[in-house]
Design a protein around this ligand. Structure first.
Ligand SMILES: [Zn+2]
Length: 292
């Protein structure tokens, strides 16, 4: 028998240390802002083939299902985890079958639920290398929102992604495209899905929007920001796809294209003109701000 002796004083120190570590990991500062639309429920639906919308009213979360498990892209706010879980379940899928977690970028409104979902499902978290630090420190190193502490539970990624990497699960092959600017590691995802009649090329684009605080002359932690935005506008314009979606429902006008009572209709999301127009408007604001 091992005789394990520990003094009362040492025990107190140990408990304090453990408690301190626990407290530190739980101490989150509130997100800089949230909107009502980000928190509102939204009826989940099948977009096309094995791709489903499981997000909130405005924070888009996508479920890609396969016979070997599922992929979840984005989470919404931390408070929305149970909503996303019940959305997945109401479509007839098991939340615990989620094997891979991806994100369009490491801002609190898209990754704040990752830590909890990773714990609940045991899924592998994959993030663009250039957003891995912000994900790992709960957004504290983010060049716009960082510096005051973690705004979401930190997650250490299991795999770091690079531009043009492929994420594979069963018959799914998702090409990851780094579209920096909004964050250094902002990602779009390009992949094919099939239904009974057709194969569709889907683009989940991280649209290059700017924060009010974004300074294109260069920011601490992101000196080359203007150059990155310019690259991203050029790269996004060149992409070919049938269906486009984005990080926020409002960006691709989800609620104009799909009503809760609508049935399966992938055609509603075929909208090259809307994509070009949205991108054009964002580029206009970028060029105007660049002149200032
Ligand atoms: Zn963002």
């Amino acid at each position: 028998m091992i005789n394990f002796k520990i003094s009362g004083k040492a025990l107190v120190i140990c408990l304090c240390l453990l408690y301190g570590i626990e407290c530190q990991s739980q101490q989150l500062i509130p997100p800089p802002f949230v909107t009502k639309e980000w928190q509102m429920e939204n009826k989940p639906f099948r977009i096309v083939g094995n791709l489903y919308y499981v997000g909130t009213y405005d924070l888009a979360c996508y479920l890609i299902t396969t016979s070997k498990g599922h992929i979840l892209i984005n989470t919404g706010l931390a408070e929305s985890v149970n909503m996303i879980k019940s959305n997945v379940e109401s479509l007839g899928f098991k939340f615990s079958d989620i094997k891979i977690l991806l994100a369009t970028h490491a801002h609190f409104d898209h990754v704040a639920g990752m830590a909890d979902i990773k714990q609940m499902t045991g899924a592998q978290m994959m993030i663009q290398e250039r957003d891995a630090q912000a994900l790992a420190d709960g957004g504290n190193s983010d060049f716009v929102f960082g510096g005051k502490g973690s705004t979401f539970k930190p997650v250490k990624a299991d795999r770091l992604l690079h531009d043009k990497d492929t994420v594979k699960l069963d018959n799914m092959q998702i090409v990851v495209l780094n579209h920096p600017g909004h964050t250094q590691g902002a990602n779009s995802f390009l992949f094919d899905v099939k239904d009974d009649t057709k194969t569709y090329r889907v683009l989940i684009a991280n649209m290059p929007s700017m924060q009010p605080q974004t300074n294109l002359a260069g920011m601490e932690g992101y000196p080359d920001i203007a150059k990155d935005y310019a690259y991203t506008f050029t790269a996004l314009k060149k992409l070919q796809f049938d269906i486009w979606l984005s990080s926020h429902a409002g960006q691709f006008k989800l609620h104009e294209k799909h009503k809760p009572e609508d049935g399966y209709n992938p055609q509603a999301f075929i909208d090259r003109a809307g994509y070009d127009e949205t991108l054009g408007n964002l580029e206009k604001s970028y060029l105007e701000r660049l002149k200032r």
